[in-house]
Design a protein around this ligand. Sequence first.
Ligand code: GLN
Length: 482
Amino acid sequence: MIHASLTQLSALLAEKKTSSVELCTDYLGRIAALNPTLNAFITVDPDKTLAEARAADARRAQGEAGPLLGVPIAHKDIFCTEGWPTTCGSKMLANFVSPYDAHVISQFKAAGMPSLGKTNMDEFAMGSSNETSYFGPVKNPWDLKAVPGGSSGGSAACVAARMAPAATGTDTGGSIRQPAALCGITGLKPTYGLVSRYGMIAFASSLDQGGPMAQTAEDCGLLLNVMAGFDRRDSTSLEREKEDYTRDLGKPLNGLRIGLPREFFAEGMSADTARAVDEAIAQYRRLGAETVEVGLPNSRLSVAAYYVLAPAEASSNLSRFDGVRYGYRTPEYSDLTDMYEKTRAEGFGAEVKRRILIGTYVLSHGYYDAYYIQAQRLRRLIANDFTEAFKQCDVILGPTAPGTAFKLGEKSDDPVQMYLSDIYTIAVNLAGLPGMSLPCGFDSQNLPIGLQLIGNYFAEAKMLNVAHQYQLATDWHQRAPF
Ligand code: GLN
């Protein structure tokens, strides 16, 4: 049962072979056993979970039959959840209990999916290894000395270790796809604006996007059906018809044109990653797809542009944490300015402070044109490259990350090395496109390797089927660490 996909759990519930209470009890047991080692969850509250499970069972008993009714899920601790602590991985919010639900949370509640708890993450989603969390690092279930990736590392690790059948994540520069790759699961970052950011604690608002993390592409489709949809409380939420993101699953790939960006294959990938990605390309050819070489010439500048734009937005977004309204306040201070300064000095960790400093600098008078405006121009060029590339192909394929899970501490003293973990993912956020990562093999250390697919705007359904066809032909996504 613990290895079952959402689709399988949904069938078991529909056939009354199990109940939501039974499922939640199993997963809570697994969490109790494994979390002391993995640290994937910041908060678990079995009473709350079981109350939600009983409510789901009652709804089913009354004849309701939603596909995910009663299937449990874990939530990244960046989503405000009424009555639960919502920490964003920070001391600043360690004592914050949200008075309301994020849009994503209310959508999952409406679908009847009980919450198994709040998952660990890099502080304010800034990181690629989960090591910036105030609550300590998450361990990669495939190697306890390795990182799970970040910032949605707790979500990725809990799905990989089967402590939850699915989890939510957020992706500003790769935070769903990179940890999915490093933990051997499937994760999807939707087109910007598809999933409401209401109640999702802001890091870089023009890049942040929530999305699903699960074992399979099919499961991600089911979850996106729940998450996506217009919400007037987010001014960048897109007003579009509701779609069924599983509608294309099952279509053959004959004639599909897969774009291979020459810049992604030029250098930077580890040998094991390059081999696994090549084998995936061969698999796609066997499934009837064609490949075309495409160019993303400006993508090499994406990390540089991102580390101007994301900190700029973060410095503005994080100004709300001032010790007055909510969260941490320093215990001793002489006056208001002293209170602000001590609260922020004590409440934020080093990486968050680094970003606030960079962001404030690039937005300051005299540097704004040289850095911020230049980075915005680059962002446009990077997006234009994709528009050109999609004239020649239906989906773009490449690696998710340059290598597999690195050791805890290996990159934590070298921010630039850490930032380069997202070299293949960041351009997708800058362009606002959908992207996903799915397992495509293992390296010589038996660590999972991720394959990245990038779709055109709103091409989630097609992209999910491209991943699904691969998962029907391979079993990498079914491998579990234990
Ligand atoms: N690793 C990137 C960063 O540190 C991306 C994080 C994210 O997507 N939230 O900013």
